[in-house]
Design a protein around this ligand. Sequence first.
Ligand SMILES: CC(C)(COP(=O)(O)OP(=O)(O)OC[C@H]1O[C@@H](n2cnc3c(N)ncnc32)[C@H](O)[C@@H]1OP(=O)(O)O)[C@@H](O)C(=O)NCCC(=O)NCCS
Length: 182
Amino acid sequence: MSLTFPISVSEDIAIRLAGAADSKTLFGLVERNRLRLGRHLPWVERTISTRQVSAFLRIASRQHAAGDGFHACIEVAGQLVGMIGLHPIDWLNRSVALGYWIDHGCQGRGVVTACCREVVRICFEHYDLHRVEIRCATTNRRSCAVARRLGFRREGVLRGAHLVGGRYLDMVVYGKLKGSTA
Ligand SMILES: CC(C)(COP(=O)(O)OP(=O)(O)OC[C@H]1O[C@@H](n2cnc3c(N)ncnc32)[C@H](O)[C@@H]1OP(=O)(O)O)[C@@H](O)C(=O)NCCC(=O)NCCS
């Protein structure tokens, strides 16, 4: 089964591969959401211009070309509002972790849950993976809620596992296995 973008998630939500031309818009979104994103995502404080966004998009493009996962733009009614992606796939264990963020203005509408549901399906059906993970800070109520809404199982807490904004955060690991309900 080939993976063809854009992927329609619902009538007005789609995910599509990000290209160099998206750097400016993505950087604008990071700037507008810097405080909120920076609480949870370690790369935000290092993203100080479109240069870092472009560099990330080049890595993401190579990742996709190598068949090793992807990072995609989330669009609502044709507007770029966030990103969803896969960390590099652990092929030895057929396992991967999801990442995502969305503009404040689109929060609270179920957009991320809907996109994640589609990406999880892709992980199991297209990449034939055995395990998908979501790791989020214990304090990241909204991200934990996304994992729960998707039926992921809360498997444990990794203490002080992520350094974000100079603080070590405890990370909850949520997991879902292929063919199981969680
Ligand atoms: C984490 C993050 C992506 C979650 O965004 P979100 O908008 O809360 O998630 P969803 O798009 O799935 O929306 C869920 C909300 O929409 C509501 N909703 C409305 N319609 C819905 C539907 N059809 N399906 C699911 N939820 C729906 C839910 O009730 C929930 O709102 P609530 O929390 O007020 O109850 C966002 O908070 C974010 O960008 N945070 C900063 C970056 C980050 O933490 N990334 C994750 C790192 S692990």
